[in-house]
Design a binder for this molecule. Structure first.
Ligand code: G4P
Length: 527
């Protein structure tokens, strides 16, 4: 039986963020290959499922759209560490979801396509990281293909993200002619050999300077000069600024051919902080060896079509989790048994018998749990509230076939509890025609798809005139309701949101009525 502090010190829990197609899925698969979780050959998971996406994509809609909406958790070992890799949705429309996943992670890896650099979604997801104040590593992927120069990429990171890039590895050979990498810390040069589409671990060879100068001549010389220049300029990994999110260690590689993947994994082990005592709502921190406490950061239903179950993903924050233990759900103070605790491996599940700080467990059918909840034993815990993102898209939902109203209502409640979409209700219309509020329009697609396919209640979504929301209170809401171009709707938890037709109109209301409560929500103005 492990000791929570010692086990926590071995944990590295991180999430990958990237623009779609930058290579997140491929990289995840290669991590598993290096972590030994896939056996000897990567690609087998892809092949078995006969589709483009890897282990962590499962929903039909995701397959149709070729994007990952949902997220899962993968666990594997590297060196003497246990790595927990949390998958994030790859689309900005789900940035609220990304934020929640990042609440369960201790760091992020940002994947860039060498030819494209920082793309719009990368920027948006990066801003979610910044909002969450979590450190991140950068992996410049697809170095086997023509792309930008490495120095240009560093400039781009610095200028666009206002973060100092500090290379850990430096590529030998331009993008498209990848020979290997120089490790900035040790100065060693590692040459790579191609494997067939990276199916097995890339054979690597440490080469001394004389041999390198002979075999890779100009490419090696250029890389050496650049690497030295960067060191002179002070572009070296600095733990303090990295942890503060002010600098980002950079790795170059090619997930497809496995080049550089091991260095990145080593970087995860060496740089990503192990779980620290978690901040509680009362401002104190829960010691790692305090009794068990966990944070629910995601609730997801319908993961298994055959069962239509609902899973609460919980990050262990303190103590030792043991399957079957009775825990208390903080919000309702109800007890429940964790007999059906599981780990997720994409679509596959396994029961989990024990878990430590940094690990993620899936609790099946713990229907009381909502995102942001704490579960604990012995000593009560509650975590700071996860902020709700500012919705910018509002659609009214009605059931198409009134005989399916019950299913429709159930579906809406479920989507709301999962935080898949925000559900706002009108005092008068109630459940008949709730307004669905989203950070991005693709959330409506998911809601509509799920209402139809999971709950058997096709819905009609119609546009509303609103485009921006602010949090208000009971006192202000009566006044706001009487104004033109404004409406006040309520969330299930009682939060009142004032909806405005335009930012212009909202600003005027604020200017004319400074006494009204109109609080900004996170990421207003679009991430
Ligand atoms: P995502 O999850 O970030 O959306 O990206 P994904 O891994 O699915 O990769 C997107 C495409 O980029 C895939 O090609 C993948 O093979 C390719 N790719 C990923 N990493 C590298 C790399 O290091 N080098 C090169 N050259 N390509 C890379 P695809 O044609 O869309 O799919 P597939 O048919 O190859 O699977």
């Amino acid at each position: 039986m492990g000791d929570p502090k010692t086990e926590a010190a071995r944990r590295r829990t991180f999430a990958i963020i990237s623009h779609p197609d930058a290579g997140k899925t491929t990289l995840t698969e290669k991590f598993l290959l290096y972590g030994g979780a896939l056996g000897a050959e990567a690609g087998t998971v892809k092949a078995r499922q006969g589709r483009r996406s890897a282990t962590s994509d499962w929903m039909d809609l995701e397959q149709q759209r070729g994007i990952s909406i949902t997220s899962t958790v993968l666990q594997f070992d590297h060196r003497d560490c246990v790595i927990n890799l949390l998958d994030t949705p790859g689309h900005r429309d789900f940035s609220e979801d990304t934020y929640r996943v990042l609440a369960a992670a201790d760091a992020a890896v940002m994947v860039l396509d060498a030819a494209k650099g920082i793309e719009p979604q990368t920027l948006k997801l990066f801003e979610v990281c910044r909002e969450r104040e979590i450190p991140f590593l950068t992996f410049v992927n697809k170095w086997d293909r023509p792309g930008k120069s490495p120095l240009e990429l560093l400039d781009e990171i610095e200028e666009t993200l206002v973060v100092e890039p500090t290379p850990v590895t430096w590529p030998v050979g331009i993008a498209g002619d990848f020979r290997g990498v120089i490790h900035q810390g040790t100065g060693t040069y590692t040459r790579f050999e191609r494997t067939a589409r990276g199916a097995t671990i890339a054979p690597e060879e440490e080469v001394d300077t004389a041999t390198a100068a002979e075999v890779d001549t100009d490419a090696f010389q250029t890389a050496t000069e650049e690497a030295e220049l960067l060191t002179v300029l002070g572009r070296v990994v600095d733990t303090k600024t990295f942890l503060a999110g002010e600098s980002t260690p950079v790795f170059f590689g090619s997930a497809l051919t496995n080049f550089g993947v091991r260095f990145l994994l080593d970087g995860v082990v060496d740089l990503v902080p192990s779980p620290a005592p978690r901040l509680l709502a009362n401002g104190t921190r829960r010691a790692l060896d305090a009794p068990f406490a966990g944070l629910v950061f995601k609730v997801q239903a319908g993961m298994d079509k055959a069962h239509r179950d609902r899973i609460a993903f919980v990050r262990v924050c303190s103590g030792r989790f043991e399957r079957g233990m009775i825990v208390i759900a903080g919000r309702t103070e109800r007890q429940f048994s964790t007999k059906y605790a599981q780990t997720m491996f994409g679509q596959d599940r396994e029961t989990v018998d024990e878990a430590y700080p940094g690990d993620v467990i899936g609790l099946v059918n713990a229907s009381d749990l909502r995102v942001g909840d704490a579960i604990y034993r012995d000593e009560p815990a509650s975590f700071p509230e996860l902020p709700a993102f500012a919705p910018e898209h509002f659609m009214r939902a009605r059931v198409k076939d009134v005989s399916k109203f019950k299913q429709f209502r159930k579906g809406i409640v479920q989507l709301d509890e999962e935080g898949a979409i925000q559900v706002l209700r009108d005092e008068d219309l109630g459940d008949q025609a709730p307004v669905l509020a989203a950070v991005g329009p693709m959330q409506f697609e998911v809601a509509s798809y799920r209402l139809e396919n999971e709950f058997g209640a096709p819905a009609e979504l119609t546009a509303t005139r609103f485009s921006i929301a602010r949090k208000t209170d009971a006192e202000s809401s009566a006044r706001l309701r009487s104004m033109q171009g404004v409406d006040v709707l309520a969330r299930d938890d009682g939060t009142q949101l004032a909806l405005f037709e335009s930012k212009y109109w909202m600003d005027r209301v604020i200017a004319d009525h400074p006494e009204l409560t109109l609080e900004r929500l996170v990421a207003e103005g679009g991430l």
